[in-house]
Design a binder for this molecule. Structure first.
Ligand SMILES: Cc1ncc(C[n+]2csc(CCOP(=O)(O)OP(=O)(O)O)c2C)c(N)n1
Ligand SMILES: [Mg+2]
Length: 586
């Protein structure tokens, strides 16, 4: 058999170091899938085909693999609905800076433009969630389009989409395939004048606070030393947490919707706020025009500068390179009182909010999710990879899973999609076969892409799925109550996910008593294969942001009175009692 366009594409992917493609087969994609089959799989120097249940999961898995390895990952879907299913996972990957190639097969080339069966236009559809997308129309063009797609995905840390009609994929390869090339990541050193302006702002300030985002990855020690130099309390965003919270005596917690600790107050009480590598989207948590806070912002991506808050001192540069450049120009802060005050306040808040659950909850049913999360933190491996579902699992992982520089935590932190955790765990486990991978799943999230349990079972992937099963779309229940709506459309009947998993041959435990959490988790983690622990948790556990506004509190009170009128007092009292766990106490 001669070399086809599909064979050429696959050999370019092998050349680029790709080990697997996540996807679902389909007629127009079959030539590509067959080319994968003929490579003999990754063990033989080829590529594996990972058969998932929904293409959305393929995109999430590829996105997770790319985020965790920093290298290109690939997913594929057949024409029309097959690749349309990819879209949500691709949005997530693109926004998360994951280099992902999506192979979107296309209807026969002669039919394009005739509203043919399953016709869509991937090169138009994926515009918003990719850096590059192109339709391959001839065999000559194919290898250069693929090369371009790979370069764009890697260079822009985003998604590329190659739309390939099945008939073109079957043609004999005629074009020359450019060799795959790879450079090392450059360092972005800021301009001298920007560094000088930053130094001047620092030297003029009396109370400096730092707010760090995911852009501080790889600069942990520099940032902590900088905080020491400036006597600056150091808060972080959710995405910054895994890079900066550990081994950090200046940590004051997280701000934002899921926040805790003194980060919010520290940021607002400073006279200079340094935003380091963060494009934190919620400007309501950042100082505004009413606050007397000067803001300096350092980011390797210049397009992030000044778009969330008014920035007086913008610096385009890598965080570590900027710190190295500015350090010789600044004086060690002589007055450390602001730092000490904020650290004290943080310790107090941690004790009253994050620690509040700890009192006598080891025996309370339904299980307090905070307690379960803290047991999970104790039991999970020191280098575990956690994936967290969007919803309350974000809160529990952000507050109770401790990073240590070796653990990883990924979620759908920028796109905010439900059902991300399980498929991301699939990508994490395929790319890290020796690591413990824990999917922290909501019952809503798990049921949304429930079919991926079949993928986990089929490949005997040793993923550990920990379900926070509160029989409700809990995060939205909170939103409704805080906004003054009685909760509606959120509750679901109790489902025994352990029984579902058991039916698929997955090791499963259902846990209703808090005293059984630890042994169930230990058994699941010790099991050599896929395991699911279904934790029946308190549906009324609420989490409130650190700066819940007066209007929102009024909303909560209003909703409570509506709950009382519609459902009786019992529910409201239960809810209020549960709320007390998470309302910051003075
Ligand atoms: C695809 C998608 N649909 C809807 C939402 C809105 N939403 C955000 S969190 C959430 C509830 C998640 O429920 P569950 O997974 O059970 O987690 P819980 O909050 O109960 O812990 C919903 C509906 C979303 N973010 N993504
Ligand atoms: Mg739920």
């Amino acid at each position: 058999m001669s070399t086809t366009v599909a064979d050429q594409l696959i050999s370019q992917l092998i050349d680029a170091g790709v080990h697997r493609i996540y996807g679902i087969v389909g007629d127009s994609l079959n030539p590509v899938v067959d080319a994968v089959r003929r490579t003999g799989g990754a063990k033989n120097g080829g590529i594996d085909w990972v058969h998932v249940r929904n293409e959305e999961a393929a995109a999430f898995a590829a996105g997770a693999e790319a985020q965790l390895t920093g290298e290109l990952a690939v997913c594929a879907g057949s024409c029309g609905p097959g690749n349309l299913h990819l879209i949500n996972g691709l949005y997530d990957a693109h926004r998360s800076g994951a280099p992902v190639l999506a192979i979107a097969s296309q209807i026969p080339s002669a039919q394009i433009g005739s509203e043919y069966f399953q016709e869509t236009h991937p090169d138009r559809l994926f515009v918003e969630c990719s850096s590059y997308r192109e339709l391959v129309s001839t065999a000559e063009q194919a290898p250069r389009v693929l090369h371009s797609a790979l370069r764009h995905a890697i260079a822009t840390k985003g998604v590329s989409v190659v739309s390939l009609p099945g008939d073109i994929a079957e043609l004999e390869a005629v074009g020359h395939a450019p060799a795959f090339i790879q450079t090392l990541a450059p360092t972005i050193v800021p301009a001298a004048a920007d560094v000088r302006a930053l130094a001047d702002a620092i030297n003029a300030a009396k109370r400096i606070a730092i707010f760090a985002g995911a852009g501080v990855a790889g600069s942990h020690d520099e940032v902590v030393a900088f905080a020491e130099l400036l006597a600056a309390p150091l808060g972080h965003s959710l995405r910054g947490k895994e890079w900066i919270q550990y081994d950090n005596p200046f940590d004051v917690g997280m701000t934002g919707l899921l926040g805790y600790g003194a980060a919010h107050d520290g940021i607002h009480d400073a006279d200079l706020l340094l935003l380091l590598g963060t494009d934190f989207p919620y400007n309501q948590f950042l100082p505004g025009s009413d606050d007397d806070v000067v803001i300096a912002q350092v980011d390797a991506r210049a397009e992030h500068l000044g778009r969330r808050a008014s920035v007086a001192v913008p610096v385009h540069g890598d965080v570590a390179a900027t710190i190295v450049a500015v350090t010789p120009l600044v004086d060690r802060a002589p007055d450390r009182r602001f730092l000490e005050r904020t650290l004290k306040r943080h310790a107090k808040l941690l004790d009253s909010v994050v620690g509040a659950y700890a009192k006598n909850v080891e025996r309370k049913t339904p299980i307090h999710p905070e307690f379960a999360a803290s047991v999970l933190d104790d039991v999970a491996a020191a280098d575990a990879i956690f994936t967290a579902d969007t919803g309350m699992c974000n809160v529990w992982t952000a507050r109770y899973i401790n990073p240590n520089g070796r653990r990883r935590l990924i979620g759908s932190f920028l796109h905010g999609s439900m059902a991300n955790a399980l498929p991301q765990a699939v990508g994490a486990q395929f790319s890290h076969p020796g690591r413990q991978v824990v999917s922290v799943s909501g019952d809503g999230g798990l049921s949304m892409l429930l079919g991926e349990l079949v993928t986990v079972a089929a490949y005997k992937l040793p993923v550990k799925i920990v379900v926070f099963n509160n029989s409700t779309l809990g995060m939205v229940k909170v939103e409704m109550l805080v906004d003054g709506f009685p909760d509606f459309g959120v509750d679901v009947p109790m489902v025994d996910y352990a029984a579902v998993a058991g039916a698929l041959g997955i090791f499963a435990r259902r846990v209703e008593k808090p005293t059984e959490i630890e042994s169930a988790l230990r058994a699941a983690f010790a099991f050599d294969g896929p395991a699911l622990v279904d934790l029946v948790t308190d549906p009324l556990a609420l989490s409130l942001p650190p700066t819940i506004t007066g209007v929102q509190l009024k909303g909560l009170a209003l909703a409570m009175s509506k709950v009382v009128m519609n459902g009786g007092v019992g529910e409201a009292v239960k809810l209020a009692k549960t709320n007390l766990r998470n309302i910051p106490r003075p």
